[in-house]
Design a protein around this ligand. Sequence first.
Ligand SMILES: [Zn+2]
Length: 337
Amino acid sequence: MKRLALFASGNGTNVQQISEYFKDSKEIKVDCVVINKQNIYVIERAKNLNLDCFYFNREDFYNTDKVLNLMRQRQIDYIILAGFLWLIPDNLIANYDHKIINIHPALLPNYGGKGMYGHHVHEAVVKAKEKQSGITIHYVNDKYDSGDIIFQAVCEVKPTDTADDLAANIHLLEKTYFPKVIEQTIFLQTTIEMAKQNVINNIGGPFAALIVKNREIIASATNTVTSTNDPTAHAEVNAIRKACEKIQNFDLSGCEIYTSCEPCPMCLSAIYWARIDKIYFAGDKDDAKSGDFDDSFIYNQISLDKADREIKSVQFLKEMGKEPFEVWNSKKDKIHY
Ligand SMILES: [Zn+2]
C-alpha cells in the first residue's frame, strides 16, 4: 500500500477528486492533507473526507524539517501537489526524488514558471490566441514547472473561448486524468523499483511486472531466469503465471499489465495468449538492447522466412502431425481457450 500526502493552497477541488478516486483502493491511500494557508476551503473538505490536515507556515517549510518529519512519521510514499502554490523546499525534493507529482493547467514548457498558476495561465493562453491548451502532469524539482513530464492531455481553444471557458475545459481534463495518472505512475514506478532491486539481489535481469485487475494488483513478479535456471522466467511470464494461479483461470481478460520494459516477443505472445487488455511499459527494446538483452534480434527473426532464420526448423511426419487436431476436434467436452 502506497501512501499519499496531498499539498494544497486553496479550494481543494483536486484534493476532493483524488481522495474520492482512491477511497476504495487497496493499493493507494490518501493519508493526509498539508496546507500553507489558514482559512481556506480545503480544510472543510479534508474534514468531510476524514483526512487529517496539517498547516505549516513559510518558516516551517523553508527553515525547518517539520514537514519532512511529518512525511516520515506518516510513512508517506508520494507527495501530490493538488493546487499548491509554493516552491517545494530542498529537503523534500532530496528525500522524495521523483516522488512528488504536480499538475499544471497548460502544456508545459509553455505557460509555466513563477506566477503562472490558475487563472493567470488561462488568461495568457487566451490572450496569445493559442489553438490548444491542456494539462501537464509532471515530477517536481527545485524549479517551478520544470520537472520531467509524465503525461499531457490536450483540449481545443476556440477563438470565442474566454479564460473562464478554458478553465472549465481544463478542470474537466484534471478530473478525468489526474487521479488515474497518479495511480498508473505509481504502478509503473513500482515495477522500475522492483527491477532495480532484482539486480541488486542477484535474482535475475533488470525487469519486473505487475498485473492489475479492477485497480488491484493481483500479481507482481521479477525476472528470475538466472536464479531458477529458467530462460522463460521473464517478469511478465512469471506475473501471468501468478495472476492465473490467483484467479484460477487461464484468461486474464479485464487485466492490465505494467512492466518496467517493453515486453520481448515471448512475453508479448504470452500477454496475447492471456488476453490481457492493456500494456503499460517504461523502457523499450532499444533500452533492453543497451543491456545486451537483444529483443530486437528476435523481433527481426519473426519477420524473416523460416529458411532465413538463425535457428533452422525442419518439418517431417506432416500427415501424422494432423492426428492430435483430429482428436481435439472430435472431443465433445473440451475446454476452449
Ligand atoms: Zn520477456
